[in-house]
Design a protein around this ligand. Structure first.
Ligand code: SOE
Length: 377
């Protein structure tokens, strides 16, 4: 019988739903040492959090996260609030010996992330950050292929995360999902929100990033702030591109924007090695494209691998071969891995310490872009 693990959820937005779905489904499909119990949901707005709790099946609500964090009947806290609140909540969780599952990015910046790492490591509490794309089966399979050495020496890593939802100049900044446009709440724009995903996956697949060169742009300079009703300067990055070196000698090229008309959430990655290349695309997430040099000859070409069979990552837990799964399952997988790790007493990556690496790259990218060191043509 799996042991109960009482969850306290802070936040009720898109991610609150994605994570809660993970907690609810995980034991139906995975055989695990623990079973999440939806103990309490917390947010300042009583009516909204009550509606969320009722809808998703949380047993109780709180309107003050400090009370939730102090509750004796809570084992793990899920931080699903804007980035400027992550640090304070995480440090309070650690002080109260709560495990933490924190939404990405870890923090507003590296300095905050360092404090959070120190707090969880001192308290010895289990911690993980929701970089969910690692757990899309095709991406996990890419990791396995690279680790098996099938690509050989890696030359290039490139990734894009493209969206188009902020092109409208009338969109305000601040409040609900729009806090992502307010640097005071988000820390940064696409760098922390979207490229952080690409960086996490890249470090996981291809190792550490050693240096960067970058550019950012803010296309809409002023937007009405929902808190004041006034037009205020926009200080987030609407778009960011960066180049980097990896420790293994390969070159990286990353691009993210919320101004790529027609693209809603197009995360793509490609890795080119000496012996093989692979690429993946979030809009076709169950497929892994693979090209192998040893196939050269009349029949050479890219293989489109449908990652849906029982001998491929996570897929023996789902339907029958050939039937695919989706975005929400990446969160179910992260919960499964977290509970499995808890049973074994091992860390569940990305831990806060792993996510700090991503934070450092984001900070280096933003700082390098701010320096605007260009050579005039
Ligand atoms: C932004 O639109 C967003 O929801 C990110 O915050 C998520 O992390 C990403 O997975 C999808 O896009």
């Amino acid at each position: 019988m799996p042991k109960p693990l009482n969850i306290g959820m802070i936040g009720y937005g898109f991610m609150g739903r994605a994570h809660t779905n993970g907690y609810k489904r995980v034991n139906d499909f995975f055989d695990l040492p623990y079973r999440p119990v939806l103990k309490a949901a917390c947010a300042r707005d009583k009516d909204k959090i009550q509606a969320f709790a009722t809808n998703w099946g949380y047993e109780s609500i709180e309107t003050d996260w400090r009370k939730l964090v102090e509750r004796k009947d809570i084992d793990a806290i899920d931080i699903c609030v804007p980035n400027n609140l992550h640090k304070e909540i995480a440090i309070a969780c650690a002080a109260n010996k709560k495990m933490i599952l924190c939404e990405k990015p870890l923090a507003m910046n590296t300095a905050e992330g360092e404090e959070m790492c120190a707090a969880v490591e001192k308290a010895g509490v289990a911690n993980t950050v929701w970089y969910n794309y690692r757990r899309v089966p095709a991406v996990t399979m890419a990791k396995n292929l690279i680790d098996e050495g099938r690509l050989g020496k890696i030359f290039h890593y490139r990734a894009n995360f493209l969206q188009d939802w902020t092109i409208n100049a009338d969109l305000p900044q601040g409040g609900n999902a729009l806090w992502r446009l307010d640097a005071a709440a988000a820390g940064s724009g696409v760098t922390g929100d979207l490229l952080a995903h690409c960086i996490d996956t890249a470090i996981w697949l291809n190792g550490s990033i050693t240096d960067v060169s970058a550019m950012t742009e803010t296309f809409i300079k002023e937007r009405t702030h929902t808190a004041t009703g006034q037009k205020q300067k926009v200080t987030i990055d609407d778009a960011c591109s960066f180049m980097c070196h990896f420790g293994n000698g390969s070159l990286g090229l990353f691009e993210s924007t919320r101004y790529a008309r027609g693209h809603k959430a197009l995360y793509t990655l490609e890795v080119n090695g000496e012996k093989a290349s692979l690429k993946w695309d979030l809009h076709d997430l169950h497929r892994l494209q693979y090209f192998e040099y040893s196939d050269e000859g009349k029949m050479r070409g890219w293989k489109s691998i449908h990652v849906s069979d029982g001998d491929q990552p996570y897929m023996n837990k789902w339907w029958v071969p050939g039937l695919q799964i989706g975005y929400e399952h990446s969160f179910v997988h992260q919960v499964a891995d977290f509970l499995e790790s808890l049973g074994k007493g091992t860390p569940c990556g990305p831990t806060f310490r792993d996510a700090l690496e991503t934070q450092k790259v984001c900070d280096a990218v933003l700082s390098r872009a701010a320096s605007r060191s260009w050579k005039d043509v």
